[in-house]
Design a protein around this ligand. Structure first.
Ligand code: 7RM
Length: 631
């Protein structure tokens, strides 16, 4: 099923558009099903109602584990690299991983979890995180992984939204030289989570934690009480596999729902093709499993293809900015898949961290999460790939489940800062504000997809109407991505960034409304408006305009308080980079904040603010500009 020439890409693409059911039916033959489908696809984008491989039965863990045992049981599945390079790395072969997953699946059952139950996972980047995810899938429970940087309140909101019954966590996690007390955070969250009956705690950093009698149990104790035999639950192709919360333009994150069959086929197919993965190669994706990239391209995609996936606990700059290159050298990494923000950050340390590092194993490079600027692209190409490793700039979203627009390594000619061409099965179109298709090349517009693909979201948990409104109502009969896009003279796609009120900070999606809500929770704040601005390393930084009328004492202290509030409400990832106290915000007569103006001010470009005559109080703009200059 691997595409090996550009001609084959063109043929496959053509076939996938002319006969999608035949195309995906054939791709799906490369997976293991308990029972075949009677219909490859039924769909409409109005409700929306999308079904792939209807009638088919499977368990994704049989595809990620069991089916490799006979021939590849002793092959490394996961290579774990700890935060501290002095500690030993750990390798799990497919046989070992299978054994651990089955054992932990039995622990879940022993703690009352069953098919269809939702389970929240809040863990460090350790092998047990992958084991927990796969164990849920093994018994048909729905996992909802929450990134370790989210606050107790964010966790509680997510747990309650999907009524999780079980939580899996650890005492704490390491992040560079910091320790994060995960169990303490969970304890705070669970005060407001009546549905949670059990909390399973892994020992990792050996920090003292409090264990609530009847609710909390230790991972290490539990696994002693069960054996390692656990038959996989038979799942319908359209049964829920997982929920992953993601930010949108409202204050409340949505639980994006992915299902078993289509997601498996799409994650596996795209992994194999985009990275041109070859048997025996070592593949390293630096994302966190708390984000979709980790779900699809650390766990499910690679394991479904029998690959060796490196799982790294730490951060790129600890103990030094050589860390990635040391890992590449140590584990002879063939594919490195990372984010532009990491590349830019490492770039800023110059070439010294690269001196003496053997990067000759690298064959393919990948980028994901945000637009990659040309400078970072060339640095990645020259310094890391030595001009010999194709870069796959992969555009996709939590909602798409897998990579959508991307070069196919060794096949598609690349072009700096372009995600290039749609993968087979993906039909992108550009539309104008009115939803009219913009045809031809050398054009820009809003990026939509006009035909279903197996990895697409099926709903947003507990609120199907919201799924319809957010993705399928802006333009009739189209899935709207929220991204702006250029299609150049060659028909190549370049994603230019979000066109809605969603920020992309270091590749993490953050809704401006969410940050505003958090800031507004501070007692002294009356109102706020948040916009993004260009940031050298993060891609986008967060700029907050805040009305705080009765400031007693120093402004700097109030800023610190606000940052702490945001950290408590959402998590440190949403902390504004700049806070500007203002006496008013630019609003229209109907009370709408004119973010366009604030964005210009945040960018430091106030030469052309456009029409400000519709503002309620045009004078406020001058005042904000003056204050911003002093910040
Ligand atoms: C995989 C992931 C999705 C948003 C998406 C874009 C942006 C992602 C690229 C990109 C330009 C890329 N999922 N984005 N990849 N922009 N080039 N290669 O990141 O749900 O967290 O974010 O990220 O705006 O809509 S996500």
């Amino acid at each position: 099923m691997q595409i090996t020439s550009f001609k084959q890409y063109e043929e496959d693409y053509k076939k996938s558009v002319e006969n999608p059911e035949q195309f995906w039916g054939e791709v799906a033959q490369n997976f293991q099903w308990r029972k075949p489908w009677f219909k490859v696809l039924s769909w409409n984008f109005n409700e929306p109602n999308i079904k792939w491989f209807e009638g088919a039965k499977l368990n994704i863990t049989e595809n990620c584990l069991d089916r490799h045992l006979a021939t590849n049981g002793d092959k490394p599945a996961i290579v774990w690299e700890p935060n501290n390079p002095e500690e030993e790395s750990v390798t799990y072969t497919y046989k070992m991983l299978h054994e651990r997953v089955c054992r932990f699946a039995n622990v879940l059952k022993r703690n009352g979890a069953k098919k269809g139950d939702r389970i929240c996972i809040y863990m460090p980047m350790v092998p047990e995180l992958a084991i927990a995810v796969l164990a849920c899938a093994r018994i048909g429970a729905v996992h909802s992984v929450i990134f370790g940087g989210f606050s107790a309140k964010s966790i509680a909101d997510r747990i309650n939204d999907s009524q999780c019954k079980v939580v899996i966590t650890a005492d704490g996690s390491y992040r560079g030289n910091k320790q994060i007390p995960l169990k303490d955070v969970i304890d705070d969250a669970l005060i407001g989570c009546p549905t949670v009956a059990k909390c399973i705690v892994l020992t990792h950093i050996r920090t003292p934690v409090s264990m609530l009698k009847g609710r909390d149990v230790w991972w290490e104790d539990e696994v002693k009480h069960v054996n390692d035999i656990c038959e996989a639950e038979e799942m319908d192709a359209e049964d829920m596999l997982f929920i992953l919360y993601t930010s949108g333009s409202t204050g409340k994150p949505k639980g994006v729902v992915h299902t078993c069959g289509g997601y498996m086929v799409y994650a596996g197919y795209t992994f194999s093709n985009v990275f041109n993965y070859q048997p025996g190669e070592v593949y390293f994706c630096t994302a966190d499993i708390g984000w979709i990239t980790g779900h699809s391209y650390i766990v499910y995609g690679p394991l479904s293809q029998g690959a060796t996936s490196v799982l790294f606990e730490g951060i790129p700059t600890y103990p030094s900015p050589s860390r990635f290159w040391d890992i590449v050298e140590k584990h002879k990494v063939n594919t490195l898949y990372t984010a532009p923000t990491a590349i830019r950050s490492l770039m800023s340390f110059g070439e010294e961290p690269l001196n003496g590092k053997d990067l000759s194993s690298i064959r393919v490079l990948g980028s994901v999460g945000e637009p990659i600027n040309e400078e970072a692209w060339h640095w990645f190409d020259e310094k890391i790939g030595h001009g010999k490793a194709p870069i796959v700039d992969t555009w996709w979203q939590t909602e798409t489940g897998g990579i959508m627009i991307s070069p196919i390594a060794t096949v598609t000619p690349t072009k700096p800062s372009f995600a290039t061409l749609p993968l087979p099965g993906i039909q992108p179109i550009l539309v104008d504000e009115n939803g009219n298709e913009i045809e031809g090349n050398g054009v820009m517009g809003n990026l939509c997809i006009k035909f279903p693909w197996p990895g697409m979201l099926r709903t947003t948990y507990g609120d199907h109407e919201r799924c319809k409104q957010t993705y399928f109502s802006t333009y009739e009969n189209l899935y709207f991505t929220g991204d702006g896009c250029l299609r150049d003279e060659d028909g190549y796609y370049r994603i230019t960034g979000r066109v809605d009120d969603v920020l992309n900070v270091s590749g993490h999606r953050i809704g401006t409304a969410e940050v505003e809500n958090a800031i507004n929770m501070h007692a002294g704040v009356v109102e706020s408006a948040v916009v993004g601005y260009p940031h050298d390393v993060k891609g986008q930084g967060i700029y907050a305009f805040v009305i705080y009328p009765e400031m007693h004492g120093e402004a700097e202290l109030s800023k610190k308080d606000i940052l702490q509030t945001v950290t408590r409400v959402i998590g440190a990832i949403a902390k504004p980079d700049k806070i500007l106290f203002v006496s008013g915000l630019p609003k229209t007569r109907s009370g709408k904040i004119m973010r366009r103006i604030l964005r210009k001010i945040a960018e430091g470009d106030t030469t052309n603010l456009g029409d400000t005559s519709t503002l309620l109080d045009p004078g406020v703009v001058e005042e904000i500009i003056a204050a911003a200059k002093k910040l």
